[in-house]
Design a protein around this ligand. Structure first.
Ligand code: HPA
Length: 270
């Protein structure tokens, strides 16, 4: 709590901003920031108790400003479990957002398709998730000021926001899917057998992030909306050519503008 307060106080003093919406931008999806009316850009390295992101395609900046007529704070680049950080560090920025007054969290990620109907470049509105990380970010003593010991997870992704997002996408003729995201630790991509297993478990897309952040946000009472950008397929025929991080970033970059439209309009309707 002391660290959270220190970080939140630092950001409040520096920006004077009271964001109601927090945004997490996944690999290659940082382009949303171009649509923001930016007031402050703060590299993670300058923020007390933050980590710096080590992954290519993740810029590592906290950006304050306006989007869709609302005060927002966006993470351009996130922290991943596979980078070696403890869950408390991976999810620290989400708790800082809550301390700053954020009520709604919008998350995004680049993900592999498990659902055979999906195509590369599709947006998938996240309806639910499966946590395949080896630990839960809330493991350990519960901080009562932040949330309850046993958070309820029956509506992790806000149904009202999902409905609005579907209408927005339809209005803009943006093709979308909806489905279940399964989050696993990485950093390896899946073997063909693992993709098959994840599909059997009931998931439509898979990636190495999002789930810890969303659990933490729900614990803190935030509403959550999420989108996966499908960057690669997992069908057996696709296994002949390996998925590369570069490809993931390129596809995500190309699809980012569609995701930005949905996020921006959804924020304006909040
Ligand atoms: N698996 C896991 N993470 C990913 C993938 C994938 O296929 N694509 C983008 N991130």
């Amino acid at each position: 709590m002391d660290q959270l307060r220190e970080t939140a106080d630092f950001l409040k003093k520096k920006t004077g901003s009271n964001p109601l919406v927090g945004i997490v931008l996944g690999s290659g999806l940082g382009g949303l920031v171009d649509e923001m009316d930016v007031s402050h850009t703060i590299p993670y390295g300058e923020i007390p108790n933050f980590l710096s992101s080590t992954v290519e395609g993740h810029a590592g900046k906290l950006i304050f400003g306006e989007l869709g007529g609302k005060q927002v704070v966006a993470m351009q680049g996130r922290f991943h479990y596979y980078e070696g950080y403890p869950m408390q560090k991976v999810t620290f920025p989400i708790r800082v957002m809550r301390m700053l007054g954020v009520k709604t969290l919008m998350v995004s990620n680049a993900a592999g398709a498990l659902n055979p109907a999906f195509e590369v470049g599709d947006l998938m509105i996240i309806r639910d998730h499966i946590n395949m990380f080896p630990e839960n970010p809330l493991r350990g003593p519960n901080i009562e000021e932040l949330g309850t010991r046993f958070p309820e997870m029956s509506e992790t992704y806000c149904r009202e926001l999902i409905g609005k997002a579907k209408n927005i996408a339809t209005r803009h003729k943006i093709k979308f899917q909806s489905g279940v995201y399964i989050g696993s630790p990485g950093p390896t991509l899946e073997t063909p057998a693992e993709y098959k297993m994840f599909r059997i478990l009931g998931a439509d897309s898979t990636g190495m992030s999002t789930v810890p952040e969303v659990i933490t946000a729900r614990h803190a009472g935030m509403k959550v909306f999420g989108i996966s950008v499908i960057t690669n397929l997992s069908e057996p025929s696709e296994m002949d050519k390996p998925t590369t991080h570069e490809e993931v970033q390129n596809v995500a970059g190309a699809a980012a503008s569609k995701m930005t439209i949905v996020f921006k309009e959804l924020i304006s309707e909040l």
